[in-house]
Design a protein around this ligand. Structure first.
Ligand SMILES: C[S@@+](CC[C@H](N)C(=O)[O-])C[C@H]1O[C@@H](n2cnc3c(N)ncnc32)[C@H](O)[C@@H]1O
Length: 224
């Protein structure tokens, strides 16, 4: 495991909220092999800025931020409106424990409200991970908004592409957005016979932006 905090969290697979109740960590957190895939992507690509939607108890953030720390550069932005209300701020505590809080900017608001502001601020993201609400309309909305932040050559990874809402959104993107190409998740430790399309094994769906589809807010379909 890439750091001792993650090792402890996966071993215990539980957190204790302030009300004394134990709650399962994973799910909602991603399984370790997906985290290791994200970790390796960040190590390989050495991004300056990474961004993630869906923080919860912070598992995927810990993998991404640990990779940035080991790269010796880069910062991570993570968005989640429910961190204190549903997760008791434990994701933030895990980041502190791992010594990774300095690398991470946490934004406690809905992504659909936050992403337009980040686009106005001209934030450019080299690698994004979407593990948010899994309904079709929500995934597509976040995809469109994320598109404003991703320059040519950036990567966008969806989790849970095997769920109906996310899977249909991925199909929609594949059919309608030629400015994104699918990438096979080469680093994931895949069980024998894992199904799905080559880019969606084990629910991970990785996309590469292959041309700047949103220079001024247009999409590939509008000639962008
Ligand atoms: C599956 S959990 C994320 C797990 C996390 N990536 C991990 O590995 O520990 C999904 C998260 O999406 C968040 N979420 C739901 N709606 C959202 C929205 N509109 N904007 C941003 N995050 C949202 C939830 O609060 C929840 O924490």
């Amino acid at each position: 495991m890439v750091n001792p905090v993650l090792e402890r969290l996966y071993r215990e697979n539980a957190v204790v909220h302030r009300d004394g109740k134990r709650r399962q960590l994973c799910p909602p957190g991603i399984p370790a092999f997906k985290g290791e895939y994200l970790f390796q992507l960040v190590r390989d690509r050495r991004p300056n800025v990474t961004l993630e939607i869906g923080f919860a108890y912070g598992l995927s953030t810990l993998f991404i931020a640990e990779a940035l720390r080991q790269n010796g550069r880069g910062r991570h932005v993570v968005i989640d409106p429910n961190e204190h209300r549903r997760f008791d701020g434990l994701g933030l505590r895990h980041l502190e424990e791992a010594g990774l809080a300095e690398i991470v900017t946490f934004l406690e608001e809905p992504a659909e409200l936050c992403l337009p502001r980040l686009a106005e601020q001209n934030l450019r993201v080299d690698l994004a991970f979407n593990d948010s609400d899994h309904l079709f309309d929500h995934v597509v909305t976040e995809f469109v908004l994320l598109g404003f932040l991703l320059p040519k050559g950036a990567l966008l990874v969806f989790d849970d592409a095997s769920l109906p809402g996310v899977g249909r959104a991925c199909d929609f993107i594949a059919a309608n957005r030629p400015d994104f190409a699918e990438v096979r998740p080469v680093h994931a430790r895949l069980p024998p016979g894992a199904g799905g399309g080559p880019a969606r094994l084990e629910g991970l769906h990785t996309l590469l932006t292959r041309r700047p589809g949103h220079p001024a807010g247009g999409s590939a379909g509008t000639g962008g």
